[in-house]
Design a protein around this ligand. Structure first.
Ligand SMILES: NC(=O)c1ccc[n+]([C@@H]2O[C@H](COP(=O)([O-])OP(=O)(O)OC[C@H]3O[C@@H](n4cnc5c(N)ncnc54)[C@H](OP(=O)(O)O)[C@@H]3O)[C@@H](O)[C@H]2O)c1
Length: 343
């Protein structure tokens, strides 16, 4: 099988590794990748040599975690999927692999386009920003940072009943935000930003900010624009691979005096009605990542969510390095990137 391995900063090589699919264990599933998608934020950091994400591998390491494939074989104890099923997993970019029945995996409903479904887990993470931020329908939401996760949050906000404004650092990304349903878009560097947000919210202010951009100035903008006692949901890996901090991130005027809450978008969200009776334990988390991804896929099946509209580049997997180099150059016209593994 073919797999891209990152050996160090800007050193990505497509390698050949053995894979024996002739004798699957009872709980094993053999999947052949059709397409995979680039997660720009985290993978650019890995590619350019930013500090490692806790819990993630160091070099040499796999890359990617948005993988759509077809089940080609199953062990005799597998019941979750059948041969021929299309599934999305968080497995790395690779041509084929063997995984366990217990692993993260979601079946793609019939009729959902591959280039929509491959984003299921990334958009589930965008949805998780709302749950971790204790979002309420009708609230005003500002998304700071319009990349893959930001655009997912922008597309989902109106579906969840929010009024969404996109804050970007480039007009190209504001156009993308508008095409995905943002009610308004502004440059975060706009000198009249707070007045324009006040108009957008009829003076009610921004109830929830979703921060997806790593640079510290974006963090400052997020705390600056949220209303007193509002919430900031942070999915960004703030400061990773960015210029060092030059201000007090929890200053009295930005944080304490405003009585705001900061929420890290990792781990389960607070939930009032967990099904404590059900087993296995992870099924008690009503919005565990596979369940959240299944909900996102259902919105795609209803025609309400189309990430494929943001696909700007398609590469055969052998040309994958080109895409990582474009991400390294922070190419603004590049957003959705699909790698094709079908020979
Ligand atoms: N928590 C998790 O499990 C998890 C999972 C996936 C990703 N992440 C993190 O979430 C973040 C978002 O991921 P992504 O793929 O959407 O990343 P992305 O493509 O880097 O999106 C962030 C966007 O924000 C822009 N930006 C930078 N400073 C800004 C500012 N002051 N105002 C407005 N926009 C600004 C960036 O532009 P430039 O490119 O010019 O900086 C970039 O276009 C990344 O940090 C990623 O590592 C977290």
């Amino acid at each position: 099988m073919k797999i891209p391995i990152l050996h160090g900063p800007r050193d990505l090589r497509i390698e050949d590794q053995p894979l024996d699919t002739s004798s699957l264990a009872p709980d094993e599933i053999w999947i052949e990748t059709q397409i995979s998608a680039l997660k720009i934020g985290t993978d650019r950091g890995n590619y350019e040599g930013a500090e490692d994400v806790p819990g993630a591998p160091t070099y040499p390491r796999w890359v990617g975690d948005s993988n759509l494939g077809i089940v080609r074989g199953i062990g005799n104890a597998v019941t979750r999927v059948q041969v021929g099923d299309v599934v999305v997993t968080r497995q790395p970019h690779q041509s084929e692999y063997i995984t366990k029945q217990s692993a993260s995996m979601v079946k793609v409903p019939k009729g959902v386009d591959y280039e929509d479904a491959v984003y299921a887990h990334l958009y589930a993470l965008s949805a998780h920003c709302y749950r971790k931020g204790f979002f309420q329908p009708g609230e005003n939401v500002a998304v700071v940072g319009v990349g893959v996760l930001g655009l997912g949050a922008i597309a989902l906000g109106p579906l969840f009943g929010g009024r969404v404004v996109a804050l970007a650092n480039s007009p190209v990304r504001l156009e993308m935000a508008a095409s995905m349903g943002a009610h308004a878009g502004m440059l975060s560097s706009d000198p009249d930003l707070k007045d324009k947000l006040n108009d957008f919210t009829d003076g009610n202010g921004i109830d929830l900010v979703i921060l997806t951009a790593n640079p510290w100035p974006a963090f400052r903008t997020a705390l600056d624009i949220v209303r007193p006692h509002g919430r900031v949901a942070i999915v960004a890996l703030t400061g990773r691979g960015e210029a060092p901090l030059d201000f007090n991130p929890l200053s009295m005027e930005l944080f304490y005096s405003k009585g705001i809450s900061l929420h890290a978008v990792s781990g389960p969200a607070g939930y009032l009605f967990p099904d404590t009776g059900s087993t296995p334990v992870d099924m008690q988390n009503r919005f565990a990542s596979d369940r959240a991804a299944a909900h996102v896929l259902s919105l795609m099946a209803d025609g309400k969510l189309e990430p494929k509209r943001l696909v700007t580049h398609r590469f055969h997997y052998t040309d994958m390095v080109q895409a990582y180099e474009m991400a390294y150059q922070r190419e603004k016209s590049m957003l959705g990137v699909i790698f094709d593994w079908r020979d």
